[in-house]
Design a protein around this ligand. Structure first.
Ligand code: RB5
Length: 147
């Protein structure tokens, strides 16, 4: 599984912790975010990771800003992205099971490194349930054409 990861200046340290976890757990990943001392706007990282995921080059994305909110809002503007901002285990699991979310977002000012890695772990391991949920995800996709 190939992961695209990105962040803004508020989330450099946590992004580095998550990259370390991805490496230790055998995931292939590319960092689209900014590093220490760099200032970067969350919509730019969201766009880069969103494009990387919807192109099919990467299987899932991870985006981190201060709250996780701005970066998820921006990512959801990329057609084909279903980004979910989660700060609890249940939401990170069920956004895969029910929404087929392809990008996980969280806030560096909201969650610590331990919880962040748990969120990533369950998000990457959980498969979409399909069935009745597919029709609802299709309705979301249809909205992209309507508006
Ligand atoms: C940056 O200070 C902060 O606004 C950003 O990281 C994020 O929290 C926005 O939603």
């Amino acid at each position: 599984m190939k992961i695209a990861i990105g962040n803004d200046h508020a989330a450099v340290e946590l992004k580095m912790e998550v990259c370390k976890w991805l490496e230790e757990n055998g995931y292939e990943f590319k960092d689209f975010g900014c590093g220490e001392g760099e200032k970067c706007d969350y919509p730019d990282s969201a766009k880069a990771v969103g494009k990387a995921v919807v192109s099919g080059e990467f299987d899932r994305g991870i985006l981190i800003c201060g709250t996780g909110i701005g970066i998820s809002m921006a990512a959801n503007k990329v057609k084909g992205v279903r980004a979910a901002c989660c700060s609890d285990y249940f939401s990170a699991k069920f956004t895969r099971l029910h929404n087929d979310a392809n990008i996980l977002c969280f806030g560096a000012r909201v969650v610590g490194a331990g919880l962040a890695c748990e969120l990533v772990d369950v998000f990457l391991k959980t498969e979409f349930e399909g069935g009745r949920h597919q029709r609802r995800v299709d309705l979301i996709t249809k909205m992209e054409e309507e508006f």
